[in-house]
Ligand binder design. Structure first.
Ligand code: AMP
Length: 439
């Protein structure tokens, strides 16, 4: 099956070809015809499955096929949980739509509003946005959503996790009642079901296998090492194997900063991205990393969520995540859509319980290695795992699954945001207090 078999028009086919895609991914095979038919869609798919093209291509085709109003109006609205994802989806819309005459723009919080207002004023067809900033601009009448024909909620579960439900509901109220709704989510909690029931009209359901539970394209290994030797081992592995484009995960923002500094001192160019970094610092670091100028990017889980770095060769878990699913998300940054990747985890005695939890989740034992010169002390005793402000015991055979999700360095409870930007209520309260940067 090829893209042209799916009924896409020539302009889109040549854009797809320019991206180098030859075969549609499973989600694309199912989503493209479903969206072209015009009905609602409920799709279970994670990042890395090709879902963005799965909704963007047919969405652009429907816009290009449909009658165009005299004045350019927002006819398709894509909502995403984080700025990074918004930027990536925006890039895909621009890439796939390059031979069409549709105009698109991306708006998100954490950066100045005026340039966004200026950019959308002349009118546009596709708007990609995070909910909070969109609502701000809509309430100030800078954006008119009354002509939206297609609504996409991308990574809807993350949006709910981040507490965006109220903003989403407010946005839904200003959209026309008759429209096509596409909901993408990696998981289906009761909350997502409730949203889907409210939002979708007789949706087509699509499910594709969680790609990374098997992670067949990712070579995964564990290096057993002492807690204090991790940094040295990391530097050794990077230099010894001449690794480039290494995405390293740490558990805390502070840990990310410290590691990036230490690696840089050892002549391994490294930068950290996390919630205390400004948007421009994050964008700069990500751009340098993507072009290959920056050898190592150190990130917390939230900061890395949704990053799409094509064919990323190496992911390193400098520390294992507290939540086993985050391991799957982390290694999903490598070996994406057909290219092979390598995921290495540096595991000390404190983390044996977390490792067991991960192996249970992915239903396999990971290969254990010991690097000569970095043999772990067999008598080392586990210590509680430091997790930002609060200290918790995550090691010593506890399994790690009983712990709440938490951004590196933040004790975040249920319903609190997971990164990107803040839901409106929180933002309002904090206004004037400065500091709106998050993970
Ligand atoms: P996504 O799940 O949308 O974040 O896409 C993951 C990655 O797969 C992106 O880097 C896309 O450029 C890439 N991709 C999407 N569709 C295809 C395809 N049909 N063939 C190869 N790569 C693809």
């Amino acid at each position: 099956m090829t893209f042209s078999d799916l009924g896409l028009r020539a302009e889109l086919l040549s854009a797809v070809e320019a991206q180098g895609y030859t075969t549609p991914t499973p989600i694309q095979l199912k989503a493209i015809p479903a969206v072209l038919k015009g009905g609602d869609l409920l799709a279970s798919a994670q990042t890395g499955t090709g879902k963005t093209a799965g909704f963007t291509l047919p969405m652009l085709q429907r816009l290009a096929d449909g009658p165009r109003p005299g004045k350019r109006q927002v006819r398709a609205l894509v909502l995403t949980p984080t700025r990074e994802l918004a930027a990536q989806v925006g890039e895909s819309v621009a890439d796939y739509g390059r031979h069409l005459t549709l105009k698109s723009h991306v708006i998100f919080g954490g950066v100045g509003q005026q340039p966004q207002v200026d950019a959308i004023r002349p009118g546009l067809d596709v708007l990609v946005a995070t909910p909070g900033r969109l609502l701000d601009l809509q309430q100030q009448k800078h954006v008119d959503l009354s002509k939206v024909e297609i609504l996409v909620l991308d990574e809807a579960d993350r949006m709910l996790d981040m507490g965006f439900i109220h903003d989403i509901k407010k946005i839904l109220r200003v959209l026309p009642e008759k429209r096509q709704n596409l909901l993408f989510s990696a998981t289906f909690s009761n909350e997502i079901q409730a949203l889907a029931n409210k939002l979708l009209d007789d949706p087509e359901m699509i499910e594709v296998a969680r790609r990374n539970t098997t992670a067949e394209l990712v070579d995964q290994a564990i290096y057993r090492v002492d807690r204090e030797k991790k940094r040295e081992l990391l530097a050794h592995l990077i230099t010894e194997h001449d690794w480039h484009q290494v995405l390293v995960f740490t558990r805390t923002k502070h840990g990310a900063n410290r590691l990036a500094e230490q690696l840089s001192k050892q002549e391994i160019p490294a930068m950290a991205i996390h919630g205390n970094k400004s948007q421009s610092a994050r964008t700069k670091a990500l751009a340098a990393f993507k072009t290959g100028d920056l050898q190592v990017l150190v990130a917390t889980d939230i900061a890395a969520r949704g990053l799409d770095i094509e064919e990323l060769p190496h992911v390193v878990n400098f520390e294992l995540p507290n939540v086993a699913e985050d391991y799957v998300h982390r290694i999903g940054r490598t070996g994406r859509a057909g290219s092979e990747g390598q995921a290495v985890s540096l595991v000390c005695v404190d983390e044996h319980g977390l490792l067991k939890g991960i192996e249970r989740l992915i239903k396999r034992d990971l290969e254990k290695r010991i690097e000569p010169g970095f043999e772990p002390d067999p008598n080392a005793k586990p210590e509680p795992i430091e997790n930002g402000r609060n200290r918790r015991g995550g090691g010593g055979g506890r399994g790690g699954n009983g712990q709440k999700r938490g951004d590196a360095g933040q004790n975040r409870g249920q319903g609190q945001r997971r990164g990107g930007e803040q839901p409106t209520a929180t933002r309002r309260r904090r206004r004037g207090g400065g500091g709106r940067q998050q993970a």
